[in-house]
Design a protein around this ligand. Structure first.
Ligand code: SAM
Length: 280
C-alpha cells in the first residue's frame, strides 16, 4: 500500500461475491479502516479473515474526524474508507473528508465496485446515455413534491434512492407530479435473493408494490423516464408572468422578455399582452 494515502473502497450492496479482488487486497494491506458503522464493517472483515484497527466516520462525526485522519496520514499511514454498502460518498459519508484531504494535497485513490444506482440502471431498460442521480427525496410529502416538481420537465432519466418506509408514498407523489403515463422502473434488493425489477406506468408499478407486503420490503432504486416532451411555460404561467411584468414594463417589452424565456412567438405574445393589459 502507498503511504499517506486514503483508499476509497466500494463494498458489495448485498452479494458478498461482488467485492473485487483489489478491494480485498487494499482492505488487507492498509494500516487502518475508516468505516460508517464498525459493527457492520467487522462482519465483512470477519468474512474475509482480515483484522484491522477501525475508526468510525459517519454523518454526525465526520467533520471532527478529519483532523484525526490527517494525523494518521501525516504519520505515513494508509487508510481505507468504506461505507456500509456500495460506494462511499454516494448517498453515504465521506465527501467532507475526501474534499478536505484533496484540499491539503493528500493522495486519494478510488477502488471501484458496486453502487446501487449504476447496478439498477444497467438492467432497467430505461435510457442511460444521460441521467440524473437525485439520491434520497425529502421524507415529508409537501417537500418531496416540491423537489420532484423541479424536474417535472427534465428529459433525462431520473434516479432516486428510497427505503421501504416511504416507497409507496414516494411513488404516489411521483405519479401526481410526473403524470400517470410516465414510464418507471424500480429495482428492489439488487444482488440479493429477492432481487426484483418492476416496470411500467406509475399505476402498474404502484399496483405491484401495493399488492403484497413482501414487495415493499428491502431497499429500492426508483428510475423514472425523462419527460419526452418537456412543456414550455403553460398558458397559465404566461398569463401570470404578464400580470407581474406589465406592472413594470410596456406590453412590447414584456412580450420580448417572455419570448426570450419561453421561446414563444413575440408577435403572438404582444397580442396577448394587449389583451391582458385590457383586463388589469
Ligand atoms: N453507497 C451506496 C451505493 O453506492 O449505492 C448507497 C447507500 S444509501 C445509504 C442506501 C440506499 O441505496 C438504499 O436506501 C437504496 O435506495 C439503495 N440501495 C443500496 N443497496 C441496494 C440494493 N441492494 N438494492 C436496491 N437498492 C439499494
Amino acid at each position: 500500500m502507498q503511504a499517506a494515502t486514503l483508499y476509497v473502497v466500494a463494498t458489495p450492496i448485498g452479494n458478498l461475491a461482488d467485492l473485487t479482488e483489489r478491494a480485498v487486497q487494499v482492505l488487507g494491506g492498509v494500516d487502518l479502516i475508516a468505516c460508517e458503522d464498525t459493527r457492520h464493517t467487522l462482519k465483512l472483515l470477519q468474512h474475509l479473515g482480515i483484522r484491522k484497527p477501525l475508526i468510525s466516520v459517519h454523518d454526525h462525526n465526520e467533520r471532527d474526524r478529519i483532523e484525526q485522519v490527517v494525523d494518521h496520514l501525516d504519520a505515513g499511514r494508509s487508510i481505507a474508507l468504506v461505507s456500509d454498502a456500495g460506494t462511499p460518498l454516494i448517498s453515504d459519508p465521506g465527501y467532507p473528508l475526501v474534499n478536505a484531504l484533496r484540499g491539503r494535497g493528500f493522495k486519494v485513490v478510488p477502488i471501484p465496485g458496486a453502487s446501487a444506482l449504476v447496478t439498477a440502471l444497467s438492467a432497467a431498460g430505461l435510457p442511460t446515455d444521460r441521467f440524473i442521480f437525485e439520491g434520497f427525496l425529502p421524507h415529508k410529502s409537501g417537500a418531496r413534491r416540491e423537489r420532484l416538481d423541479e424536474l417535472r420537465n427534465e428529459p433525462r432519466t431520473l434516479v432516486y434512492y428510497e427505503s421501504r418506509h416511504r416507497i409507496l408514498d414516494s411513488l404516489a407523489d411521483m405519479q401526481a407530479v410526473f403524470g400517470a403515463e410516465r414510464s418507471v422502473c424500480i429495482a428492489r434488493e439488487l444482488t440479493k435473493t429477492f432481487e426484483s425489477f418492476y416496470s411500467g406506468t406509475f399505476e402498474d408499478v404502484i399496483n405491484v408494490v401495493a399488492a403484497e407486503d413482501n414487495h415493499q420490503k428491502g431497499e429500492f432504486v426508483v428510475m423514472v423516464a425523462g419527460n419526452p416532451e418537456p412543456e414550455t411555460a403553460s398558458a397559465v404561467d404566461i398569463e401570470r408572468l404578464f400580470r407581474l411584468l406589465l406592472v413594470e414594463l410596456p406590453p412590447k417589452k414584456a412580450a420580448a422578455v417572455i419570448s426570450e424565456l419561453t421561446g414563444e412567438n413575440k408577435k403572438a405574445l404582444y397580442q396577448k399582452a394587449l389583451e391582458i393589459q385590457g383586463k388589469i
